[in-house]
Design a protein around this ligand. Structure first.
Ligand code: TYD
Length: 134
């Protein structure tokens, strides 16, 4: 369930580090959308609480840190994301939550498709029923 995505770090001679995410290379799908989440007012916020029917996403903390929980309906795993080049694949049919955001946290999400609310499963019981289907 837990697939780390480690981007290369190119240490630039003029200062700074570059990490590159390319479709079907480090990112295991064609990239259709990128969004980022920032400006957290409190570390007590919690986000996510949904799964996707088809969408695949790779998530990074490109600044600061947060905790990601993945749940495939059978087991849950927790992951501290705290490095701009270390992401995690959130595959389809994985219930996920994000919490414990640092002040300066910026979350980058790379997604396999455009936004579509009908791809979301926002109720946990519906999620369990959905993953039981063949
Ligand atoms: P949501 O995916 O539920 O956020 P999170 O997983 O971080 O808790 O999205 C929050 C709101 O933003 C929801 O009303 C849908 C909207 N939204 C868009 O309009 N476009 C997008 O690409 C995304 C990701 C969300």
């Amino acid at each position: 369930m837990h697939k780390p995505i480690i981007l290369q770090q190119i240490i630039d001679s003029s200062d700074g580090v570059l990490s590159i995410a390319e479709s079907e290379d480090k990112i295991p799908f064609q990239i259709k959308r990128v969004y980022y989440i920032y400006d957290f007012k409190t570390s007590k916020s919690k986000r996510g609480f949904h799964a996707h029917k088809k969408l695949q996403q790779v998530i990074f903390a490109i600044s600061g840190f947060f905790t990601l929980t993945l749940d495939n309906g059978k087991e849950k795993t927790n992951h501290l994301l705290n490095n701009p080049n270390k992401g995690i694949l959130i595959d389809k049919k994985i219930w996920h939550t994000m919490e414990n955001f640092s002040d300066n946290c910026i979350i980058l999400v790379i997604a396999s498709d455009t936004f579509n609310e009908s791809d979301y499963i926002r109720n946990y019981t519906d999620f369990i029923n959905f993953i039981k289907k063949p």
